[in-house]
Write a protein of this length. Structure first.
Length: 423
């Protein structure tokens, strides 16, 4: 085996074919690859990943499985459960750059909403469900504010596995729950919040043999870390000064830190970009812990319009702190109004994203105004979900708010004179 599971604190090791998600004493686990062994049998240099065009199940492949040798190297290619996730675009936008006060040449947005089910969760899901299948699991489950449930449902269907999702009552956007229902998974609406659902998932794993696919699952993070490697490929290995993204359960924070740590260990990069993790003000336990030098995490009752990051007790806290230390990173919070303003600008640029994604842009604006991000620095922001994930937020904003960015519809008479004043 070229990989093991390893506790992030004690260093205790476990075999990859053992079904577990924490160490014996409850510590989070990493998937750790034997780079020396892999280098002997495979070319895993950055030049190799820059020039090769991988094949997966007879089709040209990029994205997650472009990096298979460093995601799940021991899984046979024919056993990979994939929907060709990844290969998402890096956008430049004069409109958004002007809103932020950044040069268009120095600012990119990577849109993970272009994945098969409309969010970055597909990157983690392809890896985690492939591992679940390899372990002989029959049922997979997750707690979700929406995107994870949509992704699990689609991939469970692809893998012909029973899917079970737990969603908090009244806290999931219609665009997301509709996907879970359409893809055929069993959907349970819990009278509680996301953190209640997460607690039930962990208990179900222990007592009901339901394999969890939340980001406590270390294989999820192996898929998600490829977002960072793909950015480096797209930028021809030029390292941006900042990478900015939303933080909820902190899976991406953890995965992205691991990606950069491994890239440096492999000699792909010689310095780290800085992370800026953006939380919604009403769901900001990580931000508050950061302001207190990570002395402790205090769970809270989350409340924000950005449902994808409406999480008050993030399970990946310890890994996320590690990632921040590796990257000299910072955490910021933004209000729902700041998120909605940024969303209106992102949407009007013809790119579009769900509210949680637009916390990224709101956070960049706030950090620039404070002078933390300089106008001379290069920035890659990550949009995590598709614009159609939460259409009600769009309708409510443009119908009900009297802001410079609002674009309400207008009633007109059925004649050219009525149209003339709008042209």
């Amino acid at each position: 085996m070229n990989s093991i599971l390893k506790s992030i604190s004690s260093g205790k090791e476990y075999p990859l074919n053992e079904v577990r998600f924490t160490s014996d004493n409850g510590e989070l686990l990493d998937v750790v690859h034997d780079f020396d062994a892999l280098k002997k049998g495979r070319n895993i240099s950055r030049e190799y990943f820059s020039t090769q065009r991988t094949q997966l199940n007879g089709q040209p492949s990029g994205g997650v499985w472009h990096f298979k040798d460093l995601v799940l190297p021991d899984i046979p290619e024919q056993d990979v459960i994939s929907k060709q996730e990844g290969n998402t675009r890096l956008y430049r936008s004069k409109k958004i750059s002007s809103f932020l006060g950044l040069s268009k040449e120095k600012f990119f947005l990577k849109h993970e909403g272009e994945n098969p089910t409309g969010s970055f969760k597909d990157r983690g899901m392809t890896a985690a469900i492939t591992q679940a299948k390899a372990l002989g699991q029959k049922a997979v489950t997750c707690a979700s504010t929406g995107n994870t449930s949509a992704s699990l449902a689609a991939y469970a269907s692809e893998a012909e596995m029973t899917g079970l999702v737990l969603i908090p009552k009244g806290n999931v956007a219609v665009g997301k729950i509709s996907q879970a229902l359409a893809y055929g998974t069993k959907t349970l609406v819990v009278n509680g919040d996301f953190d209640d659902c997460m607690r039930l998932i962990r208990e179900a794993q222990e007592k009901l043999s339901a394999y969890p696919l939340n980001s406590i699952n270390p294989f999820r993070l192996e898929g998600q870390k490829t977002i960072i490697w793909e950015i480096l490929l797209q930028l021809n290995w030029q390292i941006p000064d900042w990478i900015v993204f939303p933080g909820g359960n902190l899976g991406n924070t953890s995965a992205f830190g691991k990606a950069l740590h491994e890239a440096k260990e492999l000699g792909w990069i010689d310095k780290m970009p800085r992370f800026a993790v953006i939380q919604a003000e009403g769901a900001s336990p990580f931000y508050k812990a950061f302001k207190n030098n990570f002395a402790q995490l205090t769970p809270e009752k989350a409340d924000t319009i950005a449902t994808a990051i409406k999480i008050g007790d993030p399970v990946n806290y310890t890994k996320a702190v590690r990632a921040l230390k590796w990257t000299n990173g910072i955490v910021e919070s933004v209000t729902d109004e700041e998120i909605l303003e940024a969303k209106a600008v992102v949407d009007a640029a013809g790119i579009g994203a769900e509210p949680a994604s637009c916390a990224t842009v709101a956070g960049i604006k706030k950090l620039m105004e404070r002078g933390e991000i300089k106008s001379s620095e290069s920035v890659v922001g990550i949009l995590t979900g598709n614009i159609l994930k939460d259409p009600q937020v769009i309708v409510d904003y443009h119908f009900n708010r009297k802001t410079v960015h609002a674009n309400p519809p207008h009633d007109v008479e059925p004649n050219l004179e009525s149209l003339k004043k709008y042209l």
